[in-house]
Design a protein around this ligand. Structure first.
Ligand SMILES: [Zn+2]
Length: 139
C-alpha cells in the first residue's frame, strides 16, 4: 500500500486547481465503507473520510473517499486507500493504485493504462488531492 507522500500530482493537474474546493467532508464509520473495500484491511485501525469536491461551478461534483492508516505516524508516512468517481481517476489512476494496494478497481478496465499512464506513476486526481489537504488539518 502507498503512503501519502508516494502519491503524485501531475503538473497539468496542479495548474488546473484554482477553482477546486471541498463542499463537504465527513468522517464516517467503517460500516459505511464501500462494499468492495478489502476485508483484510478492515481488521486494521484507520479513519475513513468522504468528501464532495467541486472544481468549477458548472462541473459535476465528485465523491472522493480517503482511508488513512497508521494514525500515529507523520501524515506523509501514513498508508492510504483511495477512490474517486471522476474520469481522470478511472483512466489514469485506478489500475495503477489497485496494483499497489491503494484502491480496489471498480471503474477501470482490467488492463494497464498504456496510453494515459504508460509509466504506471501513482497519480491522484485533483479531488483526492484537495481531500488529502483538508484531512491533514483534521487528523
Ligand atoms: Zn477525482
Amino acid at each position: 500500500m502507498l503512503t501519502i507522500s508516494q502519491l503524485k500530482l501531475e503538473r497539468t493537474t496542479k495548474k488546473n486547481m484554482t477553482r477546486c474546493h471541498v463542499l463537504g467532508l465527513k468522517e464516517l464509520e467503517r460500516k459505511n465503507l464501500p462494499k468492495d473495500f478489502p476485508s483484510k484491511l478492515r481488521k486494521e485501525s484507520f479513519r475513513y473520510f468522504k468528501g464532495l469536491v467541486s472544481c468549477s461551478p458548472r462541473n459535476k461534483k465528485h465523491i472522493a473517499h480517503l482511508v488513512v492508516f497508521d494514525n500515529s505516524k507523520p501524515y506523509g508516512r501514513r498508508r492510504v486507500w483511495l477512490r474517486c468517481n471522476c474520469e481522470y481517476f478511472k483512466f489514469k489512476c485506478e489500475y495503477v493504485l489497485d496494483r499497489r494496494g491503494s484502491t480496489t478497481r471498480k471503474y477501470a478496465i482490467r488492463k494497464p493504462p498504456t496510453v494515459t499512464n504508460p509509466r504506471g506513476i501513482p497519480y491522484i486526481c485533483k479531488h483526492l488531492y484537495m481531500l488529502i489537504l483538508l484531512v491533514r488539518s483534521r487528523v
